[in-house]
Design a protein around this ligand. Structure first.
Ligand SMILES: [Zn+2]
Length: 249
């Protein structure tokens, strides 16, 4: 008990120092935020903190800016689309809502008053109701095989999931261990107290095994330095096949 309490106190102190450092840290080069148009120095965010992570005006992080760049270039949202935004980020939600017929939010927590209070692994929502699902940094928290199957079920044929999640491209296989359950152990092994795994490249197999066709939008230069992205961070685009308009593959 005594040792554990002492450890907790030391971690608390380290966390406080990191938080103070992160609050004061800035990038050194001006970036342009595609989410809000802000141009200037970004601020640090994360554990450990990353320079240039957060737009000081709208709060966007690297992944939000990556997704917004892809949205602006590919125009994947249209006026007839029905969208489900899981664990909705305020940095992206309003921009998507403005483009589509129906925009709904879903979360396992009531904190942000979602339209649907649900578990993405078992939503209880009807089949084929959505044309787009946005699901960032959720899979690493849940039973991903069930979540992918559920999103496949919720999509109409031809529908698309926008997915991001932490991934180590140098690993062939995902690291997970169901025996590791204590928050501090999960933080050490998986990078965050409520993460269940860290993906390797086989994330792609899991997405395809759920029935999706997969394409990718990785952060490349000059976008990385211009918009403050993480080199190689990838937006995964998982499409549910549409048998009525199958192109020759
Ligand atoms: Zn911004």
């Amino acid at each position: 008990m005594g040792v554990r309490a002492g450890k907790a106190r030391r971690w608390g102190t380290v966390d406080a120092v990191i938080a103070r450092f992160a609050a004061a840290a800035r990038g050194r080069v001006p970036r342009l935020c595609p989410c809000c148009g802000h141009e200037g120095l970004f601020t640090a965010f994360g554990d450990p903190p990353r320079y240039d992570a957060r737009c000081p005006r709208c709060g966007s992080l690297e992944r939000h800016r990556l997704i917004r760049l892809w949205m602006d270039r590919e125009r994947p949202f249209g006026p007839s689309h029905r969208v489900l935004h899981v664990a909705p980020e305020p940095q992206l939600g309003p921009a998507i809502r403005a483009l589509v017929a129906r925009y709904e939010t879903a979360d396992i927590s009531p904190r942000r008053a979602p339209d649907h209070l649900l578990d993405i692994c078992d939503t209880g929502l009807p089949d084929g109701q959505y044309d787009r699902i946005v699901c960032n940094h959720v899979l690493e928290h849940v039973d991903d095989i069930r979540a992918l199957a559920e999103m496949f079920r919720l999509l109409a044929p031809g529908g698309l999931v926008l997915l991001t999640t932490p991934i180590i491209e140098g690993w062939a296989t995902t690291y997970e261990n169901s025996a590791i359950t204590a928050p501090e152990e999960r933080r050490l092994h998986f990078g965050q107290a409520d993460h269940l795994r860290i993906y390797g490249r086989d994330l792609r197999d899991r997405i395809r095994q759920a029935g999706f066709r997969l394409s990718e939008f990785p952060a490349m230069e000059p976008d990385v330095h211009r918009h403050g992205l993480i080199r190689g961070e990838t937006l995964f685009l998982a499409r549910k096949p549409d048998p009525s308009s199958e192109e020759a593959a």
